[in-house]
Write a protein that binds this ligand. Structure first.
Ligand code: 6PG
Length: 236
């Protein structure tokens, strides 16, 4: 299935569309609605939009199971924690059962956190880790999740979650745990959120299929939807 591109005049319009799509998918989910959240700073606005009264009361949170596409190996309360961002801007404002939160244990050594996370994924999904929805961001270097250009993690074809020693820019230069391509490409729907002029050059290259990790997100049966604001789409 070819990736779909939607371009929005502003970051707020992009986030509003993404939040409404999340709500529609959650309402339509017959039972559990499994979502992998992305990291970085872009999701903050999405989380805040999801907690606005018009959507928060619509979304059947008891069906929603939240996972993360990647995590920095820091404690949950650390400012670099992807879980920590969601905890303060989303989880603190919705009524999500604690058993529906499947965070990566960033406070542990990366390899142990990856092993435990993979065990939790297998307990939840069984044989195929087919998320209903995966949110992803894209770095200026073309990475997505914590799959960085040149990383050995790009070649991982067996493990579902893997530790990454991240010692070169972009910051933070912290060990991470990331889902691997096999899991990301098993998703029913992947939504990229890309905002800002700093992403424009890389997004244009990735959209044209240049060999960067973000361009290798191609679910076999699923859909990839790129939600991009005008600033990030300026070099197309
Ligand atoms: C991470 C993210 C990473 C992020 C991109 C975009 O943990 O760093 O998972 O893949 O999505 O770097 O980050 P921004 O949203 O901050 O631009």
């Amino acid at each position: 299935m070819q990736p779909v591109l939607e371009i929005f005049p502003t970051p707020n319009a992009l986030v509003d569309y993404a939040a409404r799509l999340f709500a529609q998918m959650a309402e339509a989910a017959p039972k559990r609605f499994s979502v992998a959240l992305s990291g970085g700073s872009t999701p903050r606005a999405l989380y805040e939009r999801l907690t606005a009264p018009d959507l928060a009361k619509r979304i059947p949170w008891r069906k929603v199971h939240l996972f993360w596409g990647d995590e920095r190996c820091v404690p949950p309360e650390h400012p670099d924690s992807n879980y920590g961002l969601a905890a303060s801007t989303l989880l603190a404002r919705i009524r999500l059962p604690v058993e529906n939160i499947h965070r990566i244990r960033g406070e542990l050594p990366a390899a142990e956190a990856a092993r435990l996370y993979e065990a939790e994924l297998r307990a939840f999904f069984g044989e195929i880790p087919a998320f209903d929805l995966v949110f992803l961001g894209m770095g200026e270097d073309g990475h997505t999740a914590s799959l960085f250009p040149g990383s050995p993690a790009l070649a991982e074809s067996v493990r579902w979650a893997i530790e990454v020693e991240h010692t070169a820019p972009p910051p933070p230069l912290i060990s991470r745990v990331t889902l691997t391509f096999g899991v990301l490409n098993a998703a029913r729907r992947v939504i990229f959120l890309v905002s800002g002029a700093s992403k424009a050059e890389m997004f244009a290259q990735v959209w044209r299929g240049a060999d960067f990790p973000a361009a290798h997100i191609r679910p076999g049966k699923g859909e990839v939807l790129w939600l991009v604001d005008q600033a990030a789409a300026a070099r197309l």
